[in-house]
Design a protein around this ligand. Structure first.
Ligand code: GDP
Ligand code: MG
Length: 453
C-alpha cells in the first residue's frame, strides 16, 4: 500500500532543509504513489519535473535569505505543500456547474453516458436527488436503456425511492423514448430530465450512433460521462472515444469509496480537457459529492482527506458556532479539556455525519479505526445521556469520578446505562484529553488550529 505523503514526511524527519538529494529521494516516493494510484506515467513524469523545479527554486530562495535558527515550517511539510498545490492545479479549475435552461423555454436535459456497469443508472438517481435537494428541481427520469428489462426496473425502483416519475418503454426506440419525455415533462410540470442511456462492455459504433441520435434529437444542455474509478487506465481510452463522438460537458467518477485512488481522473481531465463534475462515493442516493481537487489530491498522494474534513467543518458551523469553536479550540490547545468540551465535540461530530466516516478521514487514525472501536449513532446517544447525567462539578473536574466510584454508579443509573459503559466513556474521555495535551505540547497548530473563525 502506498503511503505517499507519510513516507515523504518521514524522509524529511530530522532534516533541516530541502536539498537536491532529499528532494530526489522524496520524488521517488511520490512517483511510486502516483503510479499506484493509476496516474498515467507521462502525466506523473511531467508532474514530478514541475515539483522538482519548484522545490529547487525554494532551496535557492532559502539559501539566499540565509535562514538562521528556527524554521517556521518543516522541509517535509514544505515539500508536501508544493506537491499538493501542483496536483490541485493539474485537476482544476473546479466546475461542478450544471447548465439550466430558462424554464419558460422548456426542461433542462441531462444525458448520462458511459460503459455498462460504470454507474450510470445509480448516478442518475443520485443526481436527481442532488437536483431536488440543492436546486429545488423537479426531475423526470428517463430509461433509455431499453434493451435490458432489469435496467428499467432498477430506474423505477430509484424513482420510487426519490418520489420522482420515470418514463420508460421496454423494447422501445431509445431516441423516441427520450424525445417523448420532453413533451411529457411539460405536461407533468417537471423541469429537469435525466436520460439514463444504455452502455456496452466496450465502446462500439452501434452504441455511439444511438447516443449521437439522442443528442441530435433532444439537444441536451449537459452530457455527463460516467466513469468507473476501479477500471483505472482503461477509463482514459473510453473517455477519449466518448468525448470525440459526443462532446461531453464533464465527467463523473464513480466508486471512489473503494480501493481505487482515482488517478485515472487526472488522465481523463488531461486527454479530454473536460472538468470532473462530481464523484460517486457509495451505492446510496446520497453518495454523490461535488468534485474537490484537494480531496482527490490527498487521495492520490495517499493522505487522509483532511481538507474534506475541514470543508465539512466549515459547512456545519454557523459563524457564531465557529467563533465559539475557535475559542474552545484555543483553550483545549493550551491543555485544558473537560467533559463539557467532550460533549461539545460530540455534538459537532454528530452534526457532521457518521462517526466512522469521520474517523476514516482523520489522518492520525491511519485512515480507519480498528473494528472494535466502531462508534455508531446509538452509541453517541448513550454517551450524550451519560454526560448529561453528570453534575457540573464532575464535568469540569472529571478526576473526581476516578476518586469516588459511587458517582459512577449514580451516573449509570441516571443515564439508563451501566457502570461498565460509564467507565468506558471516562476512559475515552481520558484518551481524548491525553491527545489534546499532546497537541498542546507540540505547540498547537495541526488540525484544530485551522477551524475557521
Ligand atoms: P450502469 O450499468 O452504468 O447503469 O451501472 P449501475 O448504475 O447499474 O451500477 C453498477 C454497479 O455499480 C451497481 O452495483 C452500483 O450499486 C455500483 N455503483 C455505482 N456507483 C457506485 C459508487 O460510487 N460506489 C460504489 N461502491 N458502487 C457504485
Ligand atoms: Mg444502467
Amino acid at each position: 500500500v502506498a503511503k505517499g505523503f507519510r513516507d515523504v514526511r518521514m524522509r524529511f524527519e530530522g532534516k533541516r532543509e530541502l536539498t537536491e538529494e532529499n528532494i530526489d529521494e522524496a520524488l521517488k516516493d511520490i512517483r511510486r504513489s502516483m503510479l499506484e494510484a493509476d496516474v498515467n506515467f507521462r502525466i506523473a513524469k511531467n508532474f514530478i519535473n514541475r515539483v522538482k523545479e519548484k522545490a529547487l527554486g525554494e532551496v535557492v530562495k532559502v539559501k539566499a535569505k540565509g535562514t538562521q535558527g528556527k524554521m517556521e515550517v518543516s522541509p517535509g511539510d514544505h515539500f508536501v505543500k508544493i506537491c499538493h498545490d501542483e496536483l490541485e492545479a493539474l485537476m482544476g479549475p473546479v466546475d461542478s456547474s450544471i447548465v439550466f435552461t430558462n424554464p419558460r423555454v422548456g426542461p433542462t436535459k441531462i444525458m448520462m453516458v458511459g460503459l455498462q456497469g460504470s454507474g450510470k443508472t445509480t448516478t442518475t438517481g443520485k443526481l436527481a436527488r442532488l437536483l431536488m435537494d440543492q436546486h429545488g428541481k423537479k426531475p423526470l427520469l428517463v430509461g433509455a436503456d431499453v434493451y435490458r428489462p432489469a435496467a428499467i426496473e432498477q430506474l423505477r425502483v430509484l424513482g420510487q425511492e426519490l418520489g420522482v416519475p420515470v418514463h420508460a418503454v421496454e423494447g422501445g426506440d431509445p431516441v423516441k423514448v427520450c424525445n417523448d419525455a420532453i413533451a411529457l415533462a411539460k405536461e407533468q410540470d417537471r423541469d429537469v430530465i435525466l436520460f439514463d442511456t444504455a452502455g456496452r462492455l466496450a465502446v462500439d459504433d452501434v452504441l455511439m450512433n444511438e447516443l449521437e441520435q439522442i443528442v441530435e434529437t433532444t439537444s441536451p444542455e449537459n452530457i455527463f460521462l460516467v466513469a468507473d474509478a476501479m477500471i483505472g487506465q482503461d477509463a482514459v481510452n473510453t473517455a477519449k472515444e466518448f468525448n470525440s463522438r459526443l462532446e461531453i460537458d464533464g465527467f463523473i467518477m464513480t466508486k471512489l469509496d473503494g480501493d481505487a485512488r482515482g488517478g485515472a481522473a487526472l488522465s481523463i481531465k488531461e486527454v479530454t480537457g473536460k472538468p470532473i463534475k462530481f464523484i460517486g462515493v457509495g451505492e446510496k442516493l446520497d453518495d454523490l459529492e461535488e468534485f474537490r481537487p484537494e480531496g482527490l489530491a490527498n487521495r492520490i498522494l495517499g493522505f487522509g482527506d483532511v481538507m474534506g474534513l475541514m470543508n465539512k467543518f466549515e459547512r456545519s458551523l454557523s459563524e457564531e458556532d465557529a467563533k465559539r469553536a475557535e475559542k474552545d479550540a484555543m483553550r483545549m490547545l493550551s491543555g485544558e479539556f473537560d467533559f463539557n468540551d467532550f460533549y461539545n465535540q460530540l455534538e459537532q461530530i454528530s452534526k457532521l455525519g457518521s462517526m466512522n466516516e469521520l474517523m476514516e478521514m482523520m489522518p492520525f487514525f491511519g485512515g480507519g479505526m480498528p473494528a472494535d472501536a466502531n462508534i455508531d449513532d446509538s452509541e453517541l446517544t448513550k454517551i450524550r445521556a451519560i454526560i448529561q447525567s453528570m453534575t457540573q462539578r464532575e464535568r469540569t473536574d472529571p478526576d473526581v469520578l476516578t476518586r469516588q466510584p459511587n458517582r459512577v454508579r449514580r451516573i449509570a443509573k441516571g443515564s439508563g446505562t451501566d457502570q461498565e459503559k460509564v467507565e468506558q466513556v471516562i476512559q475515552q474521555f481520558n484518551m481524548m484529553r491525553g491527545m489534546m495535551q499532546q497537541f498542546s505540547n507540540m505547540g498547537g497548530g495541526g488540525l484544530l488550529g485551522k477551524i475557521p473563525g
